[in-house]
Design a protein around this ligand. Structure first.
Ligand SMILES: NC(=O)c1ccc[n+]([C@@H]2O[C@H](COP(=O)([O-])OP(=O)(O)OC[C@H]3O[C@@H](n4cnc5c(N)ncnc54)[C@H](OP(=O)(O)O)[C@@H]3O)[C@@H](O)[C@H]2O)c1
Length: 280
């Protein structure tokens, strides 16, 4: 039995589908009882709160491997519960900024401390360090619902963004075999794009006359402060304005692990075009 945390999210939902299609027994953690109806047939929903390790007893029973999201309040406690329940392996969804091990940066800090807790847990582990998700473009939905302009922060910063589908594709063998134990996978898509390039691809796929408006740093700070805590805004400014994190390089990991090329942003956009028809 594999436990997928974040099972209703961008990566977890892809992983639940991939594992179910592979015929594996899958348990999907969610705090939302109505989400169960959206799971593929045969997938077992289970309630639990990652911030409260004691709430995970039902979720962990009989589980051999966990796909785990980072950054919850008591990662060592959560992992101790898992080990006590008999779990053998954890595949952690981390991020590129874990490599910085910068405890003064709120994002790097939670990635770093989550990886550290997993290393110290005594479980077999694999770390997935994806770059920015292609699904971050779904954040543009409210703007696309009211017009054709997309306001983009950090307009001159290229990212080799990855499709959550490909993160899940790498997670599957990491969960089911011991081939990936102790390995850190740097995960990117196949190309390095500017935000304006992504908007242009989306315009083509949606058949709309979209254009991007690059925000100044002051505008970006104001926009981002509406949706995230100040320490996260500071973290992203450190990454992309001060240049402490370079997400522009591509890595061959998805191809090496899956035997096929990672999906392009256009492929992601075609798969998710329907989600842009509905306001977020
Ligand atoms: N976006 C990026 O570019 C990027 C890059 C690298 C790493 N990451 C990491 O990726 C993760 C987000 O992944 P995603 O985009 O797949 O997720 P998402 O779409 O943002 O969904 C969040 C998921 O987390 C679950 N969740 C949230 N709080 C929870 C709690 N207290 N207990 C149990 N479940 C909880 C939600 O489940 P319910 O609501 O159903 O309970 C949901 O399934 C983050 O941890 C982030 O650090 C993101």
């Amino acid at each position: 039995m594999i436990l997928v945390t974040g099972a209703t999210g961008n990566v977890g939902s892809e992983l639940v589908s991939a594992l179910a299609e592979a015929g594996e027994q899958v348990r999907a953690l969610t705090r939302n009882p109505s989400a169960a109806a959206l799971l593929p047939p045969g997938v077992e929903p289970v309630a639990g709160d990652l911030n409260r390790p004691q709430s995970l007893a039902d979720a962990l029973a009989g589980v051999s491997g966990i796909f785990l999201l980072p950054g919850y309040q008591d990662m060592p406690g959560l992992l101790a519960e898992a080990r006590q329940a008999g779990v053998k392996r954890v595949v952690l969804l981390s991020g590129g900024s874990a490599a910085l091990a910068d405890l003064d940066n709120a994002v790097s800090r939670y990635m770093t401390l989550s990886e550290r807790a997993v290393r110290e847990s005594g479980l077999s582990w694999t770390f997935l360090r994806p770059r920015s998700f292609m699904s971050n473009a779904l954040r543009w939905r409210p703007q696309l619902a009211v017009g054709d302009e997309v306001r983009v922060p950090f307009p001159s910063v290229r990212t080799a963004a990855i499709d959550p589908y490909d993160i899940a594709a790498v997670a599957v063998p990491a969960l089911l075999t011991d081939d990936h134990d102790g390995r850190i996978h740097e995960l990117t898509g196949p190309e390095s794009l500017l935000p304006a390039d992504q908007v242009a691809v989306l315009a083509k796929v949606l058949g709309r006359d979209l254009h991007s408006h690059g925000l100044t740093d002051a505008e970006a700070r104001e926009d981002m402060s509406r949706t995230m805590p100040a320490e996260y805004v500071d973290a992203f400014f450190s990454f992309f304005v001060d240049g402490t994190l370079d997400e522009s390089s591509t890595h061959p990991t998805v191809r090496d692990v899956t035997g096929r090329e990672p999906r392009t942003f256009e492929q992601w956009a075609r798969a998710h075009a329907g989600e842009f028809a509905v306001p977020a």
